[in-house]
Design a protein around this ligand. Structure first.
Ligand code: CAA
Length: 698
């Protein structure tokens, strides 16, 4: 854990204006020492007769981005952030908060405690606590509605997404926006403030006739959308209602109690784990400086290649996209064009922004245009011969020093890297569909990869606003990186339950009940059964490995899922939700009879536990092999790549709610049925022997 600097807050003076300057890198989080420093500086400034007004500002990249989340599991330190905000609010001299960077959570609450707020044009402000399973706990639920009205306040807290300084000013949250020097502008603003400033009492006197209605509407919409409103969301709504009905002191007490309850909840613990796991995953052992990147070459303009191109264009890269023949180019252009048309229609982009983005795209059939690309990503179909050929051509065309990447999900990375003729410069960049939306990219590193090639790939992922997870692969280690290996185990376990007596809808219901948006068979129908079928057919299989033929028999009927309106479910024309496919149920029953399998019944809990156990074992196997470096990396992949519920922290985090010894015992009970799936991974044995948990390895 990083130590906070000894003196993270300084009191400075510019004539009659006192400046409280926060400096606690990297994000000026409001830990105990910072809060004490602000409180002491505020008291000193208030007591100094030469000071007429006070500015609170921060050095470094941002105004405080929130409370220090790392302190949430530690004993409380005085003053609490809530107390500090009240101290600021009740200060007898005007206080101006000067915001830059990302003023989030407790940072924005601190600023709302101040009497005025000035922000630089590029600042962003928000209350993202809901993403950590909590609510603003330092007065945000009481002060934001008083500043912007109940409805906007609720929207902002329920969405958890920051807004720009300009929008915040329109809302009434920010008093001034400056494109010039923020500190100078804040001091000038403070000098104007000899006039009385709004007091806590004045802020308390507000009424919003429609607000109560808005609160109820928001509560209902939230319930409808999630089917099961999150605890933090409901508490936010309750607190905003309180802000409308009771004095601020009572509202603050209610908020505090709600905050404490959410903080202790398992979902907040899971979400906080996910937050830190994601950031730990982004730390790679390769510390070589990344190479410069401005142009990205992409070969293959199918769904994946086009998605990657959009992701790159969105972040301002120049893109050269190579497709085969005129029709390939046209289809890719249509895909990308449709994306921008939709974004414009939905108001996410202006026409001018859409047109500007497309000027950075070069679509061509010629691989020899890739000579000026800094990173070239191969994204053609998952066919080894094709990929080997394309990668060789990419290697022939790329300039010296370019980083080459393949988007393969299963093929032997080492072999593909060698095909380029420059394996040291080649890595795997495994994007997840839809690549323009999904935040996960596995950066696959083979034994001969150069550290700077890896750092460059990692830097690219970060600049795309995505989450990078490193997967270390060596020839001979199981195919697929982290996500697909866990997924494959999960699917096989589900198929075994199916073969033994469960139905697709029972399994899907169990996993939805756990928090997945879709169960494994809904996902299979959506992705197309032929894809997984082709993969199974092409991969080598041990003769004694447990294999379930049901999916192959369904494919043999021509039922490929949503695209043929028939798969594990039947999809009436125009419907996205399926109804159980009676023919599949018959096919499964016949399959059991043929193989002499006596149908068993499973409870939802048994189904869920078996599938979770399987994911944990697959994760432990990846850690044993060194493919994944930390249990949190597996969690990050499963949350972003496969919709594992974030509020549960990921399978490896969840595994620590029990013990490795218990997990082993349960696996051993299953092992004989499918040794390829359920033999406990060596790491599990080791942890059980040493009485350690997965968290000890993060
Ligand atoms: N507390 C402690 N550490 C934090 C932190 C926080 N609130 N926010 C970020 N950090 C740490 C990260 O863990 C990371 O540390 P390492 O370098 O050791 O991994 C470092 O700061 C940099 O963070 P990022 O890698 O995320 O940097 P970025 O530039 O990509 O993003 C950010 C910056 C937008 C501020 C992002 O870090 C972020 O979203 N932070 C969380 C903001 C948040 O949720 N604030 C609310 C906190 S809860 C609260 O305030 C409760 C309350 O009401 C009292």
């Amino acid at each position: 854990m990083k130590q906070a600097p000894k003196h993270p807050v300084r009191l400075e003076r510019q004539g009659s204006i006192a400046l409280i300057v926060i400096e606690n890198p990297p994000v000026n989080a409001l830990g105990g020492a910072v809060r004490r420093g602000i409180a002491a500086a505020l008291s000193a400034a208030e007591a100094n007769p030469l000071v007429t007004a006070i500015v609170i500002c921060a050095n470094g990249r941002t105004f405080p981005a929130g409370a220090d989340i790392r302190e949430f599991n530690q004993p409380a330190q005085e003053p609490g952030l809530g107390q500090l905000c009240t101290m600021i609010e009740t200060c007898s001299k005007p206080v101006v908060a000067a915001l830059h960077g990302t003023a989030l959570g407790g940072g924005l609450e601190l600023a709302m405690g101040a009497h005025f707020r000035i922000a630089s044009t590029d600042a962003r402000v928000g209350l993202p606590e809901i993403n950590l399973g909590i609510l603003p706990g330092a007065g945000g639920t009481q002060r934001l509605p008083r500043l912007v009205g109940a409805e906007l306040a609720m929207d902002m807290m329920l969405a958890g997404a920051p807004v720009s300084a300009g929008i915040a000013a329109e809302m009434g949250l920010i008093d001034r926006v400056t494109g010039g020097d923020l500190r100078e502008a804040a001091v000038a603003f403070a000098r104007e403030l000899s006039m009385p400033h709004p007091t806590a009492e004045q802020r308390g006197q507000f009424s919003d006739a429609n607000a109560y209605m808005a609160a109820t509407k928001a509560r209902r919409a939230e319930l409808k959308q999630t089917g099961q409103a999150s605890r933090a969301a409901l508490k936010i709504i309750d607190c905003v209602e309180a802000a409308l009905l009771v004095p601020i002191e009572t509202g603050l007490e209610m908020e505090r109690a709600a905050f404490e309850e959410c903080l202790r909840s398992p979902e907040s613990q899971g979400m906080r784990h996910a937050f830190f796991a994601e950031r730990a995953a982004a730390k790679f052992p390769e510390d070589a400086p990344p190479r410069d990147i401005s142009r990205i070459g992409i070969v293959g303009g199918g769904m994946m290649g086009a998605g990657i191109a959009i992701a790159c264009l969105q972040r301002g890269f120049d893109v050269t996209l190579v497709e085969q023949g005129e029709s390939g180019v046209n289809t890719a252009l249509e895909r990308i064009g449709t994306h921008y048309e939709r974004a414009i229609a939905k108001g996410r982009l202006s026409e001018a922004q859409g047109a500007a983005a497309l000027t950075h795209l070069q679509l061509t059939t010629k691989l020899d245009t890739l000579g000026d690309a800094d990173v070239i990503i191969e994204a053609v179909g998952e066919d080894e011969e094709l990929k080997l050929r394309i990668l060789k051509e990419i290697g022939d065309q790329a300039r010296q020093g370019a980083v080459l990447a393949t988007n393969t999900s299963y093929l032997d990375l080492m072999r593909l890297a060698q095909a380029t003729g420059r394996p040291n410069d080649t890595v795997g960049l495994h994007f997840f569909a839809p690549a323009q939306v999904n935040k996960l990219v596995e950066v696959a590193v083979h034994d001969d990869a150069d550290a700077s090639a890896v750092s460059t790939a990692q830097a690219l992922v970060k600049r795309l606003g995505k989450v990078a997870v490193r997967a270390k692969v060596s020839s001979g280690v199981g195919a697929g990186y982290i996500g697909n290996r866990v997924l494959e185990a999960y699917r096989l376990a589900a198929d075994i339950l199916l073969e033994e007596g469960a139905t697709p809808q029972q399994i899907d219901t169990a996993m939805r009940g756990f928090g997945f948006k879709m169960g494994p068979y809904q996902v299979a129908d959506m992705s197309g059964l032929d894809i997984a079928h082709a993969r199974r057919q092409s991969s080598p299989r041990d003769a004694d490995a447990r294999y379930v033929e049901i999916a192959d028999k369904i494919v043999a009927q021509g039922w490929l899922g949503q695209k043929t309106h028939r798969g594990y479910y039947v999809y009436p024309e125009g419907a996205r939700d399926g109804v159980p496919n009676g023919d599949v149920l018959k096919l499964i029953a016949a399959h059991r009879a043929e193989n002499g399998i006596t149908e068993q019944s499973f409870t939802e809990a048994e189904i869920r536990d078996t599938l979770l156990l399987t994911m944990v074992n697959a994760g432990a196997q990846l850690l044993t092999e060194g493919v994944a470096a930390r249990p949190g990396d597996v969690d990050t992949v499963m949350i972003h790549g496969f919709g594992y519920p974030r509020s549960r922290g990921g399978p490896m985090f969840e595994a620590d709610t029990t013990t490795p010894a218990l997990i082993m015992r349960r696996l051993e009970a299953l092992q004989a049925q499918a040794p390829n799936l359920w033999t406990p991974a060596p790491l599990l044995r080791e942890l059980a022997r040493e009485r350690r948990k997965f968290a000890d390895l993060n």
